[in-house]
Structures are given as structure tokens and as C-alpha cells.
Design a protein around this ligand. Structure first.
Ligand code: DX5
Ligand code: ZN
Length: 244
């Protein structure tokens, strides 16, 4: 099934499937196709593509051309995270480049309903992301139109930052809001500072899709081992791990 990619990690004794979405931001761009194939073979479910414009966030990264190159390297769904002002200008370009999902920031969209509707019209799955300081309640009206909510657990713009403490409460609030609205099937994604140490806690709080850049592509044993290490940490939750 295209949506799921590899074999989902199951937690909680038959509970929800947890999807792993390695972010190419921390990959070796000189060997990008090889890096992407390595995480696909190791069991990644989606490939996360971080797009930064130097305005919405204080950094530049990649655009449609690199997205197209990743598309050619893998059959996994491409999960494009647009950290850009005025994302509407680029939606068609990313769809043409092979995006399967496009997530925009609530803070970057004056007309979020229009942007999300347009993503759907283009035939890809819309997501909406929140910066750490933006309350989850601001999403209530848009939830029925999206298939993914992304809770940023760092201030977006750079890989390798530390997970912001206090994010677990926000993930729980997002999970509770989705449940209260009868929308528990929406993916609850977390992004920033996710690795074997933080993954069990975010899963317990309700996250269903984990983005990880440096923990996978920066892993000392290589990206495939990094992905397996993350998967093992998530699986440990099933065997009795609990947050303290
Ligand atoms: C941060 C990006 C993330 C980033 C995560 O602005 O949205 O996807 O790649 O990197 P790590 O996992 O290293 O925190
Ligand atoms: Zn991201």
C-alpha cells in the first residue's frame, strides 16, 4: 500500500501503527539517492522533504528539483514540509515534482482554508504544521480538511536542534482535540529533535508519524542503522516503556 511504505512499527500490543519519516535535510546530498534507498530498505515509511525559503525560517534548503530527484530514487510517499511564506505560489511545482503530501504552516497562510483546499484539488494529501508557540486550538476549524497535523518540537529552520521540553503536553492536547472532533484518523506528526531518546515519549503522547533527520542520516553507523535504531526505540514502547 503506497501510503504506508514499509512495515509500520506496531506499539501498544496491536495499537496504532507508527510511521517513520526520515528527513533528507541531514542526508549527504552528494549521495542523496543512495541515502534515500538505504532508509527505504531499512523500513522507512515516508521520505520527509524540508523546504525552507530564508524568510519564514532563517535558512535555505531545497526545492522542486531536489524533490524530483528524490522521487526518482524511491517509491515511498514524499512528505513535503513547506517552511515558506506564501506557499500557494509553489504548490503546483511540488505536485509536479512528485509530492504525495504537502504540509503548510498555519503561521504562513493568511487564507489557510484556501491553501489546504487547493492542495486537495491538486490531488495530494494536505497537512498543517504548528510552530512551538502556536496553540493547537487554532486548528479546530481546519481539521476536517486536513489529513495530517504536524506539531513542531523545535523552532523550524535547522536540523540537529534539541527537542523542546513541554512539547509532550502539546502533542497530548492535539491528540485530545482530534479525538474530541471525531477525527482520530488524522496523522499526528512530530518533527524536531526526534531520536531514540525522545521517540517513546512522543509516541506515548499520541504522535503517529515521527520525522527524524540527524538521528537517522547523522547516525554514526549510517542512515540504515539510524532508521533501525529509531524503530527499535519505538518498538520498546510496546514492551513496557512508560514516560516518567
Ligand atoms: C526542522 C525541520 C526538520 C528537521 C529535523 O526545521 O522541519 O524536519 O530536518 O531535524 P532533526 O531530526 O535533526 O531535529
Ligand atoms: Zn520538517
Amino acid at each position: 500500500m503506497k501510503e504506508e511504505g514499509g512495515v509500520p512499527v506496531r506499539v501498544g500490543g496491536g495499537g496504532s501503527a507508527i510511521l517513520l519519516a526520515p528527513s533528507i535535510l541531514s542526508a549527504d546530498f552528494g549521495r542523496l539517492a543512495e541515502e534515500v534507498r538505504a532508509v527505504e530498505e531499512a523500513g522507512a515509511h515516508w521520505i520527509h522533504v524540508d523546504v525552507m525559503d530564508g524568510h519564514f525560517v532563517p535558512n535555505l534548503s531545497v526545492g522542486p528539483a531536489v524533490t524530483r530527484a528524490v522521487r526518482a530514487a524511491t517509491r515511498l510517499p514524499l512528505d513535503v514540509h513547506l517552511m515558506v511564506r506564501h506557499p500557494d505560489r509553489f504548490l503546483e511545482d511540488f505536485v509536479a515534482a512528485g509530492a504525495d503530501r504537502i504540509t503548510v504552516h498555519q503561521e504562513a497562510c493568511v487564507h489557510l482554508h484556501r491553501t489546504v483546499s487547493r492542495i486537495r484539488e491538486l490531488g495530494v494529501e494536505p497537512g498543517v504544521a504548528l510552530n512551538p508557540a502556536t496553540p493547537v486550538e487554532t486548528l479546530r476549524e481546519i481539521l476536517p480538511l486536513v489529513s495530517l497535523v504536524l506539531i513542531m518540537t523545535v523552532n523550524p529552520g535547522f536540523g540537529g536542534q534539541s527537542f523542546i521540553s513541554g512539547s509532550l503536553g502539546k502533542i497530548r492536547r492535539a491528540r485530545d482535540l482530534l479525538a474530541a472532533e471525531g477525527l482520530g484518523g488524522i496523522h499526528l506528526q512530530v518533527d524536531g529533535g526526534i531520536g531514540p531518546t525522545t521517540a517513546p515519549g512522543v509516541v506515548e503522547a499520541g504522535a503517529t508519524v515521527l520525522v527524524a533527520g540527524s538521528a537517522v542520516f547523522g547516525y554514526h553507523g549510517g542512515a540504515a542503522e539510524g532508521l533501525r535504531s529509531l524503530a527499535a526505540a519505538v518498538s520498546s514502547f510496546r514492551h513496557g516503556w512508560r514516560a516518567v
